[in-house]
Design a binder for this molecule. Structure first.
Ligand code: WQD
Length: 340
């Protein structure tokens, strides 16, 4: 009997890539999304890649009645919760929008899962919970620090809500995956990152500059205490990241968990500077990219990268895709969007 996974926010960048990997690993998937932060592009791409219509429910997880109805209509063996707003900058100017949406959608889902008899819950968390780390690489035991944004705070709060819920309710199990910096697109170039308006993140800004949608890339800061003066990040390929979700869901559904709540860093373990990534993109794409140094961006941390050992040991997962292939996939996706 096939297992069914609910993917709230599954029409988005990470959710769509996870849906493809789940289906290709033999799971059934139901996508639920209010489409507030994306259009149908990625959903249509998912259906094309897997060769069938994936069940899709347009709904808002802030609507408790709609969530309850969903759990009455289907039996879910696991939930992978992506339904949240994720723009760091926007969360600074609209904190209430972020707290009400990100927390309520998560607690509505948990309550419905509990009322349905329990479920395996996989939460989409973020390395942002580590703040500005003092020691590297970052392990799951590294201290969480005060979030640098309301967005980051909602990630910490949802981790705590999940921890308290699995401790209080034996029918709930939970895993939090702390992503580092997701980049790239599916090799088919049919799904990828679709930022609304001006991209906040580095790679979509690079590819939009390369395709001519943006005038020039600003490299925020070249006076950091790093080898080339630019920030260090752990850029994790989106397909590698998606596969980590399949490994985590499998661990939960097959009853392999050793605690009721587990946390895993999902990164490559390899720090890369902004300039190193930029130069790799220029080499891989062959595009003469317009870029310039700009002042540091408020809220940016100097460096962060993962120790991914625990995910390898317990999930049997590690990043495999080469950076050049990841950047080539991001560029192919941008050209696909431009109809090239
Ligand atoms: C990376 C580096 C910038 C844009 C955030 C969130 C994290 C996750 C990923 C949601 C930084 C530099 C960027 C640009 C640049 N969010 N940069 N020019 O800030 O590390 O992480 O996004 O899932 O939770 O915190 O990612 O891609 O914005 O920046 O120089 O136009 O690239 O200064 O050093 P970040 P990012």
């Amino acid at each position: 009997m096939k297992k069914t996974v609910l993917v709230p926010g599954g029409a988005g960048y990470i959710g769509s890539h996870v849906t493809v990997e789940l289906i290709e690993s033999g799971y059934d998937v139901v996508i639920a999304d209010n489409m507030s932060n994306c259009d149908e592009t990625n959903y249509r791409g998912v259906c094309q890649i897997v060769g069938r219509e994936v069940p899709f429910v347009k709904m808002d997880f802030c609507d408790a009645e709609a969530v309850k109805a969903l759990f009455k209509k289907y039996h879910f063996d696991a939930v992978i919760h992506f339904a949240a707003f994720k723009a760091v900058g926007e969360s600074m100017t609209e904190p209430l929008k972020y707290y009400s949406n990100n927390i309520l959608s998560f607690t509505n889902m948990l309550q419905a899962a509990l009322d349905a008899g329990g479920c395996n819950i996989l939460f989409s968390s973020s390395a942002t919970v580590y703040g500005e780390p003092e020691k590297f690489p970052v392990t799951e035991a590294s201290p969480r620090q005060d979030a640098t944004s309301p967005y980051g705070n909602t990630k910490k709060m949802c981790e705590d809500i999940l921890f308290d819920s699995v401790r209080a309710y034996p029918t709930l199990k939970g895993i939090a995956l702390r992503y580092f910096n997701p980049i790239g697109a599916h090799p088919s170039a049919l799904i990828g990152e679709l930022p609304r308006g001006v991209p906040n993140n580095l790679v979509p800004f690079i590819t939009q500059t390369a395709i001519g949608k943006r005038e020039s890339l600003s490299v925020f800061g070249n006076d950091y205490p790093t080898s080339d003066g630019t920030c260090l990040r752990d850029f994790i390929d989106i397909v590698d990241l998606a596969k980590a979700h399949v490994c985590a869901v499998r661990r939960m559904i097959e009853g392999k968990m050793e605690q009721d709540y587990e946390i895993y860093n999902i990164g490559t373990g390899r720090p890369l500077s902004v300039m190193e990534l930029l130069n790799s993109f220029i080499r891989v794409s062959g595009v003469k990219l317009n870029w310039h140094f700009a002042p540091r961006r408020a809220g940016d941390i100097t460096a962060i990268w993962a120790d991914p050992t625990l995910a390898q040991q317990k999930l049997g997962w590690k990043a495999e895709r080469k950076l050049d292939d990841t950047l080539a996939s991001a560029w192919a996706w941008e050209k696909h969007l431009a109809g090239k």
